[in-house]
Ligand binder design. Structure first.
Ligand code: ASP
Length: 402
C-alpha cells in the first residue's frame, strides 16, 4: 500500500463508507417489520399467504440446491485444496491470528435445535436490538396474520400507521441512496487498500473456483430462470437491478442492501408490491444462493487441504447442510463463517482451518452477496409473474401511495 494511503483510508474512505452502512442498517428493523406486516396484510386471505409462502419456500430450496450443486461440482473438478503446500497453509492460517479461533469457538452458538427455537423470540424488542432478523420476521409475520384476521377499527388504524412507517422508511432510503455513488467508491477504495494481494495469489485456485461457480449461477442460471419463468429479459433485469447489486457488492450485506432491494424490485422491476415486500424481506436472510454455494466450496476445499476423504453420501449431507446454512446465515459481512465452522466440525475437519480463507473472504463476500441479492430479485420477478392471475384477491385497503 503506498505510504500516503493509510490516513486517507482511515480518516476519509472508511468513515464515509461506515456512515453509509450505518444509515442503511438504521433502517433495516423498521423496514423489515413494516414491510412484512404490510406484505401479509396486502396478501390478504390466509390461502393466498399460504400460496405465496409455499412458492417462496420452494423457490429457496430448489434454486439454492442448484447453486450448491454448481459449487460442489466445480470444487470436485478443480480440487483447489490439493495444490497448497501444508507449510504455506499453516503460514496463512497463522496470519489470521485470533479471528479464526473466535469463529471456530462461536460455532457452538449456532448449533443444534436452538437454531429452530430461536426463530421464536422471547422478547421481540431484544431480538430487534440484537439485530436478530429471523426472530423479528417471525414476530412481524404473526402480527400481520393477526391483523388480517381481525378487521376492526383498531387494526385498520394500526395498519395505516405501519403504512406510514413504511412510507417514511422509503423516503429516508431515497435520501440515503443519494449518498451511494460516493459511499460505494469510498467502500471499494478502503476494501481494495486493505486486501491482502499475497494471499489472493496463494489461494488463486480457490478464489477462481468460487468466482467461476458464482458467475455460472448469476450469468447462466438466473437468466434461464428469468426467461423461462419470469417472462423478463435478463438484460432488462440486470439494468433495473443494478443499484441493488452495486450496493450488495460494496456493503457485503444482504440486510444493509434490503432497503435498496425493495425499492428497486418494486419500482424498476415492476414486481407487485405485495409480492416484493414478502419475498425480498424474507429472502434477505433466508434466500442466500451465493452464500450456500460458497459454504459448499469452502467445506470441500478445506477437506481437500486437510486430506479428509468425503464419500458421496457425506457430500450429499453437506449439500443439505449448505442449503440450511444459506437459510440460517445472517445477512451481514462474514455471516456465513460461523455456519462453515459448524459444518467443518461435523465432518471432522478442523474448524480453525477457516483461517486459511479469511484473507480473501471480503472479496468473495462482496461477490456472493451480489448473488444473494440477485436471487431475491429474480425470485420476486418469477413469483410476481405467477401471481398475476390472482391480483384481484389483493385487498384494496392496503393500497397506498408509495
Ligand atoms: N455477506 C453475506 C450476505 O449478507 C452473508 C455471507 O455469506 O457471509 O448476504
Amino acid at each position: 500500500m503506498p505510504a500516503g494511503w493509510p490516513p486517507l483510508v482511515r480518516y476519509v474512505a472508511d468513515p464515509i463508507g461506515q456512515l453509509f452502512l450505518r444509515l442503511l442498517f438504521m433502517l433495516v428493523i423498521p423496514l423489515v417489520f413494516s414491510a412484512l406486516v404490510l406484505g401479509v396484510v396486502e396478501i390478504g386471505d390466509p390461502r393466498s399467504l399460504g400460496r405465496i409462502g409455499a412458492k417462496t419456500l420452494v423457490w429457496i430450496l430448489v434454486v439454492t440446491s442448484l447453486a450448491v450443486t454448481i459449487g460442489l461440482v466445480a470444487v470436485n473438478l478443480v480440487k483447489p485444496g490439493q495444490g497448497i503446500a501444508p507449510e504455506l497453509g499453516q503460514q496463512i492460517m497463522a496470519q489470521t491470528g485470533e479471528r479464526a479461533a473466535q469463529i471456530a469457538a462461536g460455532r457452538e452458538a449456532v448449533s443444534g435445535i436452538d437454531i429452530l427455537l430461536n426463530i421464536v423470540p422471547r422478547n421481540p424488542v431484544q431480538a430487534a436490538a440484537n439485530g436478530d432478523l429471523i426472530a423479528v420476521m417471525f414476530f412481524a409475520l404473526m402480527f400481520g396474520v393477526a391483523a388480517t384476521v381481525i378487521r376492526s377499527d383498531g387494526t385498520r388504524s394500526f395498519v395505516a400507521t405501519i403504512q406510514g412507517v413504511y412510507d417514511i422508511c422509503l423516503k429516508l432510503i431515497d435520501w440515503v441512496i443519494r449518498l451511494a455513488p460516493y459511499a460505494v467508491a469510498a467502500l471499494l477504495f478502503s476494501i481494495t487498500a486493505k486486501l491482502g494481494f499475497d494471499v489472493l495469489v496463494q489461494l488463486a485456485r480457490f478464489v477462481a473456483t468460487v468466482l467461476a461457480a458464482l458467475a455460472i449461477h448469476f450469468f447462466v442460471v438466473f437468466p434461464i430462470l428469468l426467461r423461462t419463468f419470469g417472462g423478463m429479459s435478463p438484460l432488462g433485469f440486470f439494468r433495473g437491478a443494478q443499484p441493488a447489486l452495486l450496493t450488495a457488492f460494496s456493503t457485503s450485506s444482504s440486510s444493509a442492501t434490503l432497503p435498496t432491494t425493495l425499492k428497486v424490485t418494486e419500482e424498476a422491476l415492476g414486481v407487485p408490491r405485495r409480492v416484493a415486500r414478502f419475498v425480498c424481506t424474507l429472502g434477505a436472510t433466508a434466500n442466500m444462493n451465493g452464500t450456500a454455494l460458497f459454504e459448499g466450496v469452502t467445506v470441500l476445499f478445506l477437506a481437500q487441504f486437510f486430506g479428509v476423504e468425503l464419500s458421496l453420501v457425506q457430500q450429499v449431507m453437506i449439500l443439505v447442510l449448505c442449503i440450511l446454512g444459506g437459510i440460517g446465515a445472517a445477512g451481514v459481512p462474514g455471516g456465513s463463517l460461523p455456519v462453515i465452522a459448524m459444518i467443518l466440525a461435523m465432518f471432522g475437519i478442523p474448524p480453525e482451518g477457516i483461517g486459511l480463507i479469511l484473507g480473501v473472504d471480503r472479496l468473495l463476500d462482496m461477490c456472493r452477496t451480489v448473488v444473494n441479492v440477485g436471487g431475491d430479485m429474480v425470485g420476486s420477478v418469477v413469483i410476481g409473474r405467477s401471481e398475476r392471475g390472482h391480483d384481484a384477491e389483493a385487498p384494496a385497503t392496503a393500497a397506498t401511495p408509495g
